[in-house]
Design a protein around this ligand. Structure first.
Ligand code: SRM
Ligand code: SF4
Length: 580
């Protein structure tokens, strides 16, 4: 197989790698044993993604190492599979210890509610995977052309439906896992199956999907999972506090490339309503339709969003109905009002408490703090909490953690730990900061064109001054930064989106709807942060005095500040409408 039978175009290189890999084995095991290099080959590096592992190098060290004629500072990033972002205290403690012993030693909460380890040397990968396995965690399908970590609403708030939605998200995650034993053989030293013959992969087939595939479950009124950015979404519908089913969405996705108008972010379409027992059947029908019709010749055109864009949503719906034997009902009404995590202490319907802890960019480590705190010992504090906690931890899509299932008695103890380490900080945080997201970018991400996580503190400091001066400290405003246009912090759904273009240069986007139901639009294709602050200061001032009752910053920009004909793809600067 080297060309696509339908189009006769050559298949992308990854298709050939997958086809020849014996269900994701490749020669990973052999290359692991080679300690003459910290790297693995390009082909195997594509395959390890399916096992949750990315080969990276420390980009801060690249130039010096090159000058010294040395190999790049290679290491692996490992992403844990954690549907709905839930971890037990025991799991937390083990991950924390593994990070100390075998990785960078930070733990990083991702925008899809899981943990990433960075800086794992080749020889440490196996011990790390084995350590995770002891507490029943794995990294299978955390990356690669498969159904990735499934998102579900984490915050216990007050809805009795949350557990049901979480259970379905977890069940769908398990159902859509690859069946190959490659992971167990390579990383956990399990015996080769049937003399090394690969077993079958009934749902995916031996070349898996054309590209990554992402699922999210949302529970209105919160759209914390940004359901319209997912390939497949399930919006829970309740009647009289009972879960009656889901509205299904398909074809969301955010990745694009600067200057390539063939690539674009896309919001998902609504397919219609199904009952809870139909989730896996519909999920499978969506997945296998994309398996069969997704573009395997061009990885920049291989996501489900392009299949739907090219063939039309009516065709896609028909195909899913035919394959599943289920007819969609009309989509039911729903209303998203927020994406924000609740911060601080909240009481749940079952009488327990949860604490929403803000973690800037999801980076869990002990660092010198911003502002006037001498240190910010996030990792130590969470380790101490995990040591006494009897509930669980919930990682959120906004890179925060919710300490959930806390009894009255434990609340006092946890509160004391938070206070001891000065972590009640969110009381002083602006809502801009509490809502802000950034992707990892430099130094680990090989695709970063600009800083993101490391520039977020500066960006927030500058914009907080402006928002504070305009009396908007407590206004929920979403600002998201990424180091490149792939969109890992979902910047195209932010009211203010910065997308890395080059060192200290970002494309600036404005005007998304706060609740994640409208994309933003390009304002400047390349601007420094300082110039963006200058450009937006009058806009923020106008918003403070001219906004309509309850109007968000994105809505205001969309209605008043952006030229009416500005589109997402506008090339060149759109002059903002700065005077009434
Ligand atoms: Fe992402 C690639 C980090 C969420 C779209 N993403 C990467 C890689 C693995 C870079 C690479 O391929 O070499 C980044 C690793 C950086 C590092 O050093 O850790 C990376 N993505 C992340 C995370 C860690 C960002 C974060 O700061 O939290 C998120 C991990 C999620 C997870 O736990 O699974 C992350 N990535 C996203 C999201 C948001 C989401 O899924 O909700 C998106 C946009 C939604 C989407 O998929 O359309 C996203 N990442 C991409 C893309 C563009 C895909 C596309 O369709 O064009 C790439 C590049 C690619 O796949 O070729 C990418
Ligand atoms: Fe890397 Fe770009 Fe994703 Fe940021 S958005 S983590 S720079 S791929």
């Amino acid at each position: 197989m080297s060309s696509d039978p339908a189009s006769n175009k050559a298949l992308s290189a990854n298709e050939v790698i997958k086809e020849k890999s014996h269900l994701l084995r490749g020669t990973i095991a052999q290359e692991l044993a080679d300690n003459s290099t910290g790297a693995i080959s390009e082909d195997n590096a594509q395959l390890t993604k399916f096992h949750g592992l990315y080969l990276q190098d420390d980009r801060d060290q690249r130039i010096a190492l090159k000058k010294a004629g040395k190999e790049k500072a290679y290491s692996f990033m490992l992403r844990v599979r954690l549907p709905g972002g839930r971890a037990t205290p025991q799991q937390w403690l083990v991950l924390d210890q593994l990070a100390e012993q075998l990785a960078s030693p930070s733990l990083r909460i991702t925008t899809r509610q899981t943990f990433q380890f960075h800086g794992v040397l080749k020889g440490n990968v196996k011990p790390l995977v084995k350590g995770m396995h002891q507490v029943l965690l794995d990294s299978i399908a955390a990356c690669g052309d498969v159904n990735r970590n499934v998102m579900a609403p984490p915050n216990p708030e007050r809805s009795p439906l949350l557990q049901q939605v979480y259970d379905q998200a977890k069940a769908w995650s398990e159902f859509a896992l690859p069946k190959t034993h490659a992971y167990h053989e390579i990383w956990l030293d399990d015996e080769l199956v049937a003399g090394g013959e690969p077993e079958s992969e009934p749902m995916y087939g031996k070349t898996y999907l054309p590209r990554k595939f992402k699922t999210g479950f949302a529970l209105p009124p919160s759209n914390d999972v940004d359901v319209f950015s997912q390939d497949l979404g399930f919006i829970a519908i309740a009647e009289n506090d009972k879960l009656v089913g889901y509205n299904v969405t398909v074809g969301g996705g955010l990745g694009m490339s600067h200057g390539n108008e063939e690539t674009f972010p896309r919001l998902a379409d609504l397919l219609g309503f199904i009952t809870p027992d139909q989730v896996n059947t519909i999920g499978e029908a969506v997945l296998v339709t994309q398996r069969d019709y997704g573009d395997r010749t061009n990885r920049k055109h291989a996501r489900l969003k392009y299949t739907i864009e090219d063939r039309g949503i009516a065709w896609f719906k028909g195909e899913v109905e035919k394959r599943s034997g289920i007819t969609f009902g009309p989509a039911r009404p729903f209303n998203f009002t927020t994406i924000e995590d609740p911060h601080g202490w909240h009481k749940c319907a079952d009488g327990t408490w949860f604490y929403g802890l803000h973690i800037l960019s999801g980076r869990i480590r002990d660092v010198p703090a911003i502002n006037d705190q001498p240190i910010w010992p996030m990792k130590t504090a969470l380790r101490e909490i995990a040591g006494i906690h009897t509930g669980d931890f919930r990682l959120t899509p906004s890179q925060n953690v919710s300490i959930a299932g806390v009894t009255d008695e434990k609340k006092v103890e946890i509160d004391a730990i938070l206070a001891k380490h000065g972590l009640h900080l969110e009381n002083n945080h602006s809502r801009l900061r509490l809502n802000a997201l950034s992707c990892v970018a430099l130094p680990t991400c090989g695709l970063a064109l600009a800083e993101s996580e490391r520039s977020l503190p500066y960006i927030l400091e500058k914009f907080e001054e402006v928002f504070d001066a305009a009396g908007l400290w407590d206004n929920a405003i979403s600002l998201r930064v990424t180091g490149c246009p792939n969109g890992c912090a979902r910047p195209y759904l932010a009211e203010i989106g910065f997308v890395g273009k080059a060192p200290n240069k970002y494309a600036l986007y404005l005007g998304a709807k706060y609740n994640g139901t409208r994309l933003n639009r390009l304002v400047s294709p390349s601007i420094t942060i300082d110039d963006a602050v200058k450009l937006l200061t009058p806009v923020i001032k106008r918003f403070a005095v001219e906004r309509a009752e309850g109007e968000g910053f994105g809505d205001f920009c969309d209605r008043v500040i952006l030229p009416k004909d500005a589109t997402f793809h506008s090339v060149g600067t759109n002059p903002l409408v700065l005077a009434p």
